[in-house]
Design a protein around this ligand. Structure first.
Ligand code: SF4
Ligand code: SF4
Length: 234
């Protein structure tokens, strides 16, 4: 009975006529999780985000960071090594980045405050490798990794220090990108994950990103580049 109520709430307040935008392995894990538990947790997180209003982005950035810290510590207690990720490890910063419009706004404000230039010309070149549909959303197709190596890197990656210049306001997708053992296979090829990638997938994070991706599917599909350029290309 309650599960129906949770599902109904999500369908009424979140989905309307749309679909859930699944992130990570969540869709594959639903069978093990159970439909009732899935709808309950999805609703709980969505309500938390919506209740936070314009603080939602900042609050969920902090939530994701704290969740990762907690899960890595839990794994450490079970004898698992920590993620390989460290400062100067940048292979995952050579791909298309997605963010919400609120995240893009936060990045723009941070760059203004810290006098970090936004390389609009590079963003324009990068967008030429991304296919958008007639509604102006990324269709899924890209030739991102066919660009010269210099253009494959995120505009916020410091080429000398090999670190993120907008670390405090980096998007959720950047926060949850974790790998174990090696960074060798962390760069996807034109949107396709390397089969040898050793990504760490925490279902707790997949829930959070699935909620945000579903709520903000319009802006997420525009990609970070278009949002920063405030572009309307289709
Ligand atoms: S995801 Fe991979 S490339 Fe990115 S910081 Fe972690 S180990 Fe390094
Ligand atoms: S925003 Fe920062 S962490 Fe994300 S891809 Fe760009 S440089 Fe990497």
């Amino acid at each position: 009975m309650m599960a129906n109520a949770d599902r109904k709430w999500v369908e009424t307040h979140i989905l309307h006529d749309g679909d859930i935008q699944f992130y990570g392995n969540l869709l594959r894990e639903i069978e093990g999780i159970g439909a009732d538990a899935f709808w309950k947790e999805f609703r709980r997180i969505a309500q938390e985000y919506l209740t936070a209003g314009h603080q939602g982005t900042q609050m969920f950035h902090a939530l994701v960071d704290a969740t990762i810290e907690r899960l890595v510590e839990r794994d450490r207690r079970y004898g698992y090594p920590p993620p390989f990720c460290h400062k100067g490890c940048d292979n995952c910063c050579h791909e298309l980045v997605y963010c919400t419009s609120a995240e893009a706004k936060g990045i723009q404000e941070f760059c203004q405050l810290k006098s970090i230039p936004i390389d609009h010309e590079k963003l324009q070149r990068q967008l030429d490798s991304v296919v958008f549909d007639s509604a102006g959303n990324h269709s899924g197709a890209t030739t991102w990794n066919d660009q010269p190596r210099g253009d494959q890197s995120c505009i916020f990656l410091d080429p000398q220090e090999k670190c993120c210049q907008i670390w405090p306001v980096r998007p959720l997708v950047c926060r949850v990108h974790l790998a174990e053992g090696s960074d060798e296979f962390c760069t996807p090829h034109n949107g396709q994950e390397n089969a040898q990638a050793k990504g760490i997938n925490y279902v707790e994070l997949s829930y959070i990103l699935s909620v945000v991706f579903t709520l903000h599917q319009d802006s997420i599909r525009k990609t970070m580049g278009r949002l920063l350029l405030n572009e309307n290309r289709s």
